[in-house]
Design a protein around this ligand. Sequence first.
Ligand code: SAH
Length: 362
Amino acid sequence: MTNAERIDLLNLDRADCEALLRDWGLKAFHGRNLFKWVHKHGITDFDAMTDLPKTLRERLAHRARIGIPNMVAEQPSPDGTIKWVLELADGQRVETVFIPEKRRSTLCVSSQVGCALDCRFCATARQGFNRNLSSGEIIGQVWYAARRLGSAPSNVVMMGMGEPLANFHAVIKAMDVMQDDFAYMLAKYRVTLSTSGVIPNIQRLAEVSDVSLAVSLHAPDNALRDELVPINRKYPLEQLIPACRAYLRGDRRRRITWEYVMLDGVNDSERHAKALIRLLEGTPSKVNLIPFNPFPGTTFNTSPPERIDAFRLRLLRSGLVTTTRKTRGDEIAAACGQLVGRVQDRSRRRVALSFDTVASPL
Ligand code: SAH
């Protein structure tokens, strides 16, 4: 059996592992143990999985593999951030960023090779789109970080390259593994999915998951958002805001995080702040202002710190919880919007724009 024909265990969640072993005529609990070896212990050598029957270990060695990514570059930044460039089986590359903080550590994970959305201020968009990642390639980033660092990160944000809600099934499955007690054990509020606003899939997400939701807002009105985040032309604000509110299901402990990139002279005036306050009225919200991170060829500039402060204070005065995201890893082009990886074939860009919004079983 060639390597490609073997079952990639990283693509399996716990239920899949159990089902596989039942198929092989074994007890399901062996499947759970196998899943644990792969994710909790990070073991790739089947022979070292000592509580599995010997015959099963031999069968796994013939029929299965653990498709971990190949790390081709590790860039540590003076602020402790680390960016990894990970190569996938077909040679495509994605970037994953580790961001340590005092009381937590966050892993920023990619969901696609490149991105098909054309957000004007994002370097990933410039690269074009190649393909979706499989759930194994998504969880493989967490697997890799946990091995490299010696322990799993305390938080995961789906904020790397790609639009996670345009790769729905793989992202959901990978987020389930992140939260599994036999894998990475992350609490649901420690997993955050960030979307540019693919509304039908926000609704589907609510049906199958209750991870934290962050939405890339960036503008308080349709005219400006149409320009900055072009998917707004398909899914405008008057539909986006109610869809996000519905995601919270009235649970008063939860809120939507709104990401708002601060672009000098574009979306950062007092008028924009007021419009934003009006827009978010009645929606449990947290606003996260992101100083724009420049990249080669961009025409945007970062708002001056005083303007970001004034904007934040204006929102705070209206009662909106507002923070300014600390820029991390910009020395190594690992900050928000700076991830580029290496998209080798951009020809599929158009295909991805028709989102898979057909409900199908997970
Ligand atoms: N596609 C998803 C996931 C990307 S998350 C989404 O749009 O939400 C990355 C966050 O960084 C998004 O809010 C994105 O809009 C923002 N971003 C993109 N380019 C940026 C840049 N150059 N500077 C600061 N933030 C940027």
